[in-house]
Design a protein around this ligand. Sequence first.
Ligand SMILES: CC(C)(COP(=O)(O)OP(=O)(O)OC[C@H]1O[C@@H](n2cnc3c(N)ncnc32)[C@H](O)[C@@H]1OP(=O)(O)O)[C@@H](O)C(=O)NCCC(=O)NCCS
Length: 199
Amino acid sequence: MEHGQDWRASRLLGNENWTLRRGEQVTLRAAQAEDGAAVRGMVEGLSRESRYFRFLTGGRVADEVVEALVAPGARGMALVVTAPAADGGAEAVVANGQFVVTGHGTAEFAVVVADAWQGQGLGRRVIGRLLQLAQAAGMRRMRGDVLSENRRMLAILRDLGFSCRRNPEDSFLHEATLAFGTAGADTVTRLPAGWFGAR
Ligand SMILES: CC(C)(COP(=O)(O)OP(=O)(O)OC[C@H]1O[C@@H](n2cnc3c(N)ncnc32)[C@H](O)[C@@H]1OP(=O)(O)O)[C@@H](O)C(=O)NCCC(=O)NCCS
């Protein structure tokens, strides 16, 4: 089922307009290669803590890592959340989420929200969409590595049903996993039209 599959997130996801808690309008959509510069801009603007939580570095994030945020390879999907520029210029990317298939029906995911946009429900919603995409793509489980000090991320994931365990080989990391049950590979064929937009 995974082989020869169309891994473009745009196949499963249209543009979704969301209103955030403070009233700002943002759009969630599939990431495109052309989003690379805007995603680099978001990454450059991250606080040291956010950069460390997402990329395990306080320094410059390598170009290939940023490229993978919008083009996660032959078997993966990526999302961006954009906001209109205040001055009418190019839209800004304010959040990114992506997953890659690491084998045996497992999708490994990560997410980041620009600091000024955190705490408004964006991270939770992006993770929710990643879960739906991974499930629709036939994945059996989602997993991610989270720094043990990243209380916010661990709280969100536990709330979404993930099991979060301290990595026995590295106490700085927690492993978060969520099994999708038996729905598996056939789910996508059973999704009603508008399924993503309705949630
Ligand atoms: C982690 C991250 C993705 C969360 O996104 P976000 O948009 O800020 O989070 P949300 O607004 O969706 O959710 C916040 C939730 O976290 C919880 N939370 C917030 N601060 C918390 C804290 N200090 N301790 C515990 N839980 C906390 C609350 O339960 C809150 O839930 P609510 O929606 O009911 O208020 C975002 O903060 C981020 O990008 N951080 C830096 C990069 C990172 O850590 N990425 C994850 C790498 S694995």
